[in-house]
Design a protein around this ligand. Structure first.
Ligand SMILES: NC(=O)c1ccc[n+]([C@@H]2O[C@H](COP(=O)([O-])OP(=O)(O)OC[C@H]3O[C@@H](n4cnc5c(N)ncnc54)[C@H](OP(=O)(O)O)[C@@H]3O)[C@@H](O)[C@H]2O)c1
Length: 269
């Protein structure tokens, strides 16, 4: 039987989609873009680093689907409208948005640089809003679609010393829930994915304090997350928490909040 972290690349998707993914130059976004192209989808890959996009083009050259590299900044509404416009111009439609671009921040809130706080909110909240607002008209014109928001376990279970980041992901959780109801009549479904600790450039790009966080917790690879995102495209689920460990954390936060506060403090102080 196929395990969740082993995508079956010998079986291309019977239902190729046009997918726009933000934050495709690194980590989860990069692995997802490559996997989706390998499975036969048409993928618009968005990021600010042009050299990374060129590397993606080279890596995907022999794969089944098509990759369209687009330099774009999620914090800029006009940039996201441009990316959606180019996607539709190239592929004729837009079926799936994966709003993945994100930035972390670590350290006590009061001592943090204001610019770092603003960058996190601009990327993780405003960036998701710009991505969705640009994508929805194109999805409506395509007869429907699927928005996948990339949140974190720390959205429903916030940690100390990452208040802005946790709040930004809680905002994504709320947005996904509202929009699932709001866009239903347009045939647009919204799935929110709660990701747990994954080995990417996230920790090195993170603003504020450097160094490892929660080093005792097991870490996923971006490829493992990508394989679940590839499955998610095929299904209409509300919220997906990828690993049993992360489901346990979310369950604990909901039903044993005091105990989880103590545990989170010990892990993240
Ligand atoms: N890694 C984890 O442990 C973890 C856990 C839970 C949730 N997540 C979430 O997973 C998502 C992906 O993170 P990752 O771990 O793959 O991190 P990553 O390796 O640092 O990748 C982040 C991506 O976001 C892009 N990005 C950042 N700011 C952007 C902007 N203004 N416009 C366009 N793209 C932008 C970056 O590309 P450019 O710099 O080229 O623009 C990069 O491709 C994030 O939403 C993150 O919050 C990660």
């Amino acid at each position: 039987m196929q395990r969740w972290f082993e995508p079956n690349l010998s079986q291309p998707t019977p239902n190729p989609r046009v997918v726009l993914i933000t934050g495709a130059t690194s980590g989860i976004g990069r692995a997802t873009a490559l996997l989706l192209v390998a499975l036969g989808h048409q993928v618009a890959a968005i990021g600010r680093r042009e050299d990374r996009l060129q590397a993606l083009v080279d890596e995907s050259a022999d794969l089944l689907g098509t990759l369209l590299p687009l330099v774009g900044d999620v914090t800029d509404a006009a940039s996201m409208l441009y990316c959606v416009g180019e996607t539709v111009a190239s592929f004729g439609r837009l079926d799936v948005l994966i709003a993945n671009a994100g930035l972390g921040q670590r350290g006590p809130l009061v001592e943090a640089e204001w610019q770092d706080i603003e960058d996190v909110l601009q990327t993780n909240v405003v960036g998701v809003l710009h991505s969705i607002r640009a994508a929805v008209p194109a999805m409506r014109a395509s007869g429907g679609g699927h928005i996948i928001t990339i949140s974190s376990v720390v959205g429903p279970v916030p940690t100390p010393n990452a208040a802005t980041y946790s709040a930004s992901k809680a905002a994504v959780d709320s947005l996904a829930q509202s929009l699932r109801m709001e866009l239903k009549t347009d045939g647009i479904w919204v799935t929110n994915v709660l990701v747990g600790q994954t080995h990417t450039e996230f920790a090195t790009q993170r603003r504020g304090r450097s160094g490892k966080v929660a080093s005792k917790l097991p870490t996923m690879t971006p490829e493992q997350v990508a394989s679940r995102l590839a499955q998610t495209i095929e299904r209409r689920r509300r919220t997906i928490t990828l690993r049993p460990l992360d489901r346990l954390i979310v369950f604990g936060g909901r039903f044993f909040p005091r105990w989880m506060d103590r545990l989170m403090y010990r892990i993240y102080r």
